[in-house]
Ligand binder design. Structure first.
Ligand code: PRP
Ligand code: URA
Length: 209
């Protein structure tokens, strides 16, 4: 079964609390998506393998450490994942970025794919799939299915808020994918929205409702 890492950090709790408020402005909400993504990324990169390299400081030669192997690729699920990707790029500026476009059919709640563009060397990279909301899990499972069909083997999934239903579905479908969660909320409502949640992440980021 896949590893599930739920953040427990005062800054993340505080920032998610502001995001949940319905009075929080579009700009503030968008900035917070980026900030919380950065904090989650800090945890999600904790066990990346390091290698030793020699560097020359202004005073002497020494051994230093750098992240081993090919660099990472961030894959935001459109639309709402885009601002998470911005936060992660602040920490890992050399990462490549792939994009997967999915939206939920409002009636069936199943994801509909409309876009996929990945770097040409994607199969050699470790992917960080990012989306603020893991609700039914349909979008995350579909995005990861798509990556695996293209030969990608190492995948982590990062979200700000998850419902237990989505975590279970993602774990069952992709037991090899570690899941990093800002906060595990209570449940889904009858329309597939996370409770207490923060509403529709895409609409709140882009002011489309
Ligand atoms: C939201 C969210 C996820 C998806 C989660 O996107 O950003 O992608 O719903 O729900 P699920 O776990 O039940 O699949 P949405 O489909 O509203 O598209 P948008 O980002 O374009 O608004
Ligand atoms: N997508 C969202 O943006 N919010 C939810 O609560 C569920 C799915």
């Amino acid at each position: 079964m896949s590893e599930v890492i739920i953040m427990d950090h005062p800054l993340i709790h505080h920032k998610l609390g502001i995001m949940r408020r319905k009075t929080t402005s579009t700009k503030e909400f968008r900035d917070l998506v980026t900030e919380v993504a950065m904090l989650i990324c800090y945890e999600a990169t904790r066990n990346l393998p390091l290698t030793e390299i020699e560097v020359e400081t202004p005073l002497t030669k020494t051994m230093a450490k750098e992240i081993e192997g090919k660099k990472l690729c961030i894959v935001p699920i459109l639309r709402a994942g885009l601002h998470m990707a911005d936060g992660i790029l602040n920490l890992i500026p050399n990462a490549k970025v792939g994009h997967i476009g999915l939206y939920r059919n409002e009636e069936t709640l199943e994801p509909v794919e409309y876009f996929c563009k990945l770097p040409s060397d994607a199969a050699d990279r470790e992917m960080f799939v990012v989306d603020p909301m893991l609700a039914t899990g349909g979008s995350a499972v579909a995005a990861i299915d798509l990556l695996k069909k293209r030969g990608i083997k190492k995948i982590r999934f990062l979200c700000l808020i998850a419902a237990p239903e989505g975590v279970e579905r993602l774990q069952k479908a992709h037991p090899d994918v570690s899941i990093y969660i800002g906060n595990l909320d209570d449940r889904l409502n009858e329309n597939g929205y996370i409770l207490p949640g923060l509403g529709d992440a895409g609409d709140r980021i882009y002011g489309t409702k």
